[in-house]
Ligand binder design. Structure first.
Ligand code: NAD
Length: 310
């Protein structure tokens, strides 16, 4: 039987894991947050939607208790936990030579870091428009719909890509095999590089940020650095398109009333994914001899706030 694990079963991992379990797949949630794992095993995963609240019985284990091998591992830790989780999965024997590792995390450079642990052809990169929240241990908040766009990290899709697509679509997760997932990744990363640090530093909701009369000038300072780095890496994204996507998020009917996840992480005393967003742009810029002072400054500012909150 095809065995699936979701490694990092917080908000998004919980959402994807529960959807696959409800589609009758053999799914195990793997996580390191003990009260969360205990709660799921004792009471089931509590799901709260716009209209309903119910409980789903789904197996969950701590990563120290891994004893099985999986055919598909969906990696949904926070970016900074991903290498230690993947190393642990490998050392625990959870990965065989055909295991597909599907990363759905936000941020850049996952294929570079993860391929030091598992061969690149076993890694698949996804961009997801699904969202999820965690109200507490074993308690998911699931609203809205979404999609998943993915591709093998070596750029060559294969029969395993087709299998992954079927599994995700059996669970109604709206998956598509991409021919160029890197453009989608850089597009989402640019949105996150703008909204996450600005709303967090300025203590503003997305709509409040967008209400500033000079917002386009401010946002373009960040976008233009990202686009220059992207073009040097042969990623075809354009500043105007990105600005339009971000502008489309300001209305209340879109994301205007929300604070981005970085704001929430920081205000819950947790570290942010800044090093995988603006920080990674700055690192690529340095390697390519492209100046990225704005992205560097945003990274420093968020690290300062992390220091103050921890
Ligand atoms: P999350 O914080 O809910 O979970 C990530 C890990 O942190 C899990 O292992 C979880 O158990 C642990 N964790 C969560 N709260 C904790 C607490 N209070 N104490 C100890 N451990 C805790 O993260 P997420 O939102 O599921 O994000 C995972 C990845 O998916 C990230 O790369 C994120 O950027 C990306 N992503 C998230 C969403 C979303 O809507 N949540 C959407 C798209 C992509």
């Amino acid at each position: 039987m095809y065995k699936i694990a979701v490694a990092g079963a917080g908000a998004m991992g919980g959402r994807i894991g529960v959807a696959l379990h409800q589609a009758n797949y053999n799914v195990t949630l793997i996580d390191d947050w003990e009260p969360h794992v205990q709660c799921i095993n004792k009471n089931g995963m509590k799901i709260q939607t716009e209209t309903d609240t119910y409980t789903v019985k789904i197996p969950a284990i701590l990563s120290k208790d891994i004893s099985d091998t999986y055919d598909l591992i969906i990696l949904l830790t926070k970016s900074m936990q991903s290498e230690s989780m993947l190393t642990h999965l490998k050392n625990s024997g959870a990965i065989h030579e055909d295991t597909a590792i599907l990363s759905m995390m936000n941020g850049l450079g996952h294929e570079e870091r993860l391929s030091k642990i598992v061969p690149l052809h076993q890694i698949y990169l996804a961009v997801t428009m699904w969202s999820a929240g965690l109200k507490g241990p074993g308690h998911l908040l699931l609203e809205g719909t979404g999609s998943i766009n993915f591709q093998c990290a070596n750029g060559v899709n294969n029969s395993i890509s087709t299998t992954i697509s079927k599994i995700l679509n059996d669970a109604n997760l709206n998956a598509t095999i991409s021919k160029n997932v890197f453009e989608a990744i850089w597009t989402k990363v640019t949105v996150n590089c703008v909204l996450n640090p600005l709303c967090t530093i300025l203590n503003q909701r997305i709509g409040e940020l967008g209400a500033y009369s000079q917002i386009n000038k401010m946002v373009l300072l960040i976008i233009e650095e990202i686009v220059t780095v992207a073009h040097a890496k042969k990623i075809d994204i354009e500043a105007e398109t990105l600005l339009n996507i971000i502008t489309g998020m300001y209305p209340q009917s879109a994301q205007g009333l929300h604070y981005p996840s970085m704001y929430q992480d920081l205000n819950n005393g947790r570290l942010t994914e800044i090093d995988y967003l603006n920080g990674q742009i700055a690192k690529y810029g340095q390697a390519l001899d492209i100046a990225t002072p704005i992205n560097q400054m945003l990274t420093h500012q968020i690290h300062q706030l992390e220091r103050n909150k921890s």
